[in-house]
Ligand binder design. Structure first.
Ligand code: GZL
Length: 327
């Protein structure tokens, strides 16, 4: 039975005491006759992307015959640490988690290592000196995503002298996507001084905060003095576009918009010209996570770092070739 969005929200409500989808304590961690038990700590449910990522994880576990204990940390890393400790106590075969922020994981991952439980890092990365604390990291290349956003602007404004004034809605502070999208973007644009980031603040990947920041921006800057909005995710972009429309600003025309994720709604905006460039960040990592978990439990060697394939859709692309996103 595939989990639907409606059922996911039910599981997420229950997840305070784990959504243990049909699992029983695993008495051995290498037994071939018993299904693998995987403990998954999800960082929250802050965005359309995150909901799809959780659906992908849960459905892939079911399709792989893996019993999953799924916990939604509701944007609190302390909840993730508690969940990981519960997985250790439950003696799961594998732990996987998407760390809200990069720091603060060494102690609890040291406890998982001492318990002999392998760890897969999913989506975002951790900042540690000790890479023995995890077996595999399956992430997006966030610096590449940022560079791709910068490369679009270099092309879009190749025939203008500037200045090109940019406002940036960044993601959760100290999170790998926010760091990579921030740094990668600037690494490309720093080659041309006409590009100037006049405002940058974190909207925590949330639509409501994207709205608030865009309102704040428009009280400090005349719309005519803003050339580009660079938003680290679609949900913040949706909030910003609502505010633009309320202010009589034509998104994609008066202000060029670059957004990251590539949900269906932003692709629709791209097709109608309300957004100019969409950098894909792929949430559908579930099948790869389960494949990695199976190989680890079977004692096979897996790569330490695996990057998820992603692409760019922009106003120069063949937009008719973009398949339905499904989220
Ligand atoms: C990126 C992921 C980010 C998305 C946001 O891999 O961590 O978090 O870009 C989500 O939409 O909230």
């Amino acid at each position: 039975m595939r989990i639907t969005k409606r059922l996911l929200s039910f599981f997420l409500v229950l997840s305070v005491s784990f959504s243990c989808i049909g699992c029983e304590p695993s008495k051995t961690n290498a037994s071939t006759e018993k299904p693998i038990v995987l403990g998954f700590s999800q960082l929250g449910d802050e965005s359309t992307w995150r909901s799809q990522n959780s659906l992908s994880i849960i459905n892939a576990a079911q399709e792989a015959g893996i019993k999953i204990m799924f916990d939604d940390a509701m944007q609190n890393p302390e909840n993730q640490i508690k969940a990981i400790r519960s997985f250790i106590a439950y003696k799961v075969d594998v732990i996987a988690f998407s760390p809200l922020v990069e720091t603060g994981w060494d102690t609890v991952l040291g406890e998982a290592k001492a318990a002999g439980i392998p760890v897969i890092i999913v989506d975002r990365m951790i900042d540690t000196e000790d890479d023995s604390l995890y077996t595999c990291a399956l992430c997006s290349d966030f610096d590449l995503e940022g560079r791709r956003a910068g490369e679009f602007l270099m092309k879009k404004f190749r025939n203008t002298d500037g200045p090109v004034r940019i406002v940036e809605l960044s993601g959760t502070e100290d999170s790998t996507p926010a760091i990579g999208r921030y740094e990668g973007f600037r690494s490309v644009l720093s080659s041309d001084p006409k590009f100037e980031v006049i405002f940058s603040a974190s909207g925590d990947f949330m639509r409501s905060k994207g709205r608030e920041l865009m309102q704040q921006i428009l009280t400090h800057y005349e719309a005519e003095k803003i050339d580009v909005l660079y938003s680290h995710n679609d949900d913040m972009t949706f909030g910003a576009i609502e505010v633009m429309l309320e202010a009589g600003i034509i998104p994609g025309k008066d202000i060029v918009i670059i957004s990251v994720d590539a949900t269906q709604r932003i692709i629709d905006y791209l097709r109608e010209g309300s957004v100019n460039c969409v950098i894909e960040c792929n949430p559908n990592s579930g099948p790869q996570v389960m494949e990695i978990a199976k190989r680890i439990v079977a004692g096979e060697k897996v790569a330490k770092q695996i990057y998820i394939e992603e692409q760019v859709f922009d106003e120069y692309s063949d937009l008719s070739s973009i398949a339905d996103r499904g989220y």
